[in-house]
Design a binder for this molecule. Structure first.
Ligand SMILES: [Fe+2]
Length: 201
């Protein structure tokens, strides 16, 4: 296993359907309403945050029971063709609230819209942006890609305390639901737990 992602190759289809239905019914309308008005969103790249305590959906409590690694919040990342994120680390490098997340494929995932990884925090000089609550590379740093995954039809656990980015070079908008794991739970422990439960090899 690498330190960057774990593809959940044996994640049950029926659970993926519960989660994607939940996305389209309960999250997507609110994401669409918010995505164009949030000040940090730019044309072509829309990110919104949801706290599940504000959202009721009859099937979601069973998802929490079955997947105890999942926390009560998520990000929706919508990248249109030609757009993407800057290389970043989620939050502060030292912050433990979102150390890893399970990214569920919603639409537009392909070999042309992979999540790419560039190493561990201390491999490069960085600065934290208070405004975007995100850590970015210092000016002029050019990192090397070390791993990549295309999230197409299976979810993947991602280590968001590593350098990563998404660029959509495909022809369709790409939407991913990035469901945060429990605060404090690091990538290695979350991966171990998911493997023990039989969701990955
Ligand atoms: Fe991220």
């Amino acid at each position: 296993m690498n330190n960057y992602f774990l593809e959940l190759t044996t994640f049950p289809e029926e659970d993926l359907k519960i989660i994607t239905d939940f996305f389209w019914e309960s999250l997507y309308p609110a994401h669409t309403a918010r995505s164009t008005v949030l000040p940090n969103n730019k044309i072509g790249q829309y990110v919104t945050y949801f706290d599940f305590t504000d959202i009721t959906n009859i099937k979601i409590p069973t998802v929490f029971l079955k997947y105890p690694v999942l926390a009560r919040n998520c990000l929706i990342i919508e990248s249109h063709p030609g757009f993407g994120t800057m290389i970043h680390i989620d939050g502060q490098v030292t912050n433990k609230s979102r150390r890893c997340a399970i990214n569920f494929p919603i639409t537009g995932g392909s070999e042309l819209s992979p999540t790419r990884f560039f190493g561990m925090p201390d491999d490069y000089e960085y600065t934290f942006s208070e405004k975007y609550s995100t850590t970015y590379l210092a000016d002029g740093v050019v990192p090397n890609e070390v791993a990549r995954i295309s999230i197409i039809d299976k979810p993947a656990l991602l280590n968001v305390k590593t350098w990563h980015t998404i660029n959509n070079n495909g022809t369709e908008p790409r939407i991913a639901l990035s469901w945060t794991c429990q605060p404090g739970l690091d990538f290695a422990r979350a991966a171990e737990s998911l493997k023990r439960s039989g969701y990955a090899d």
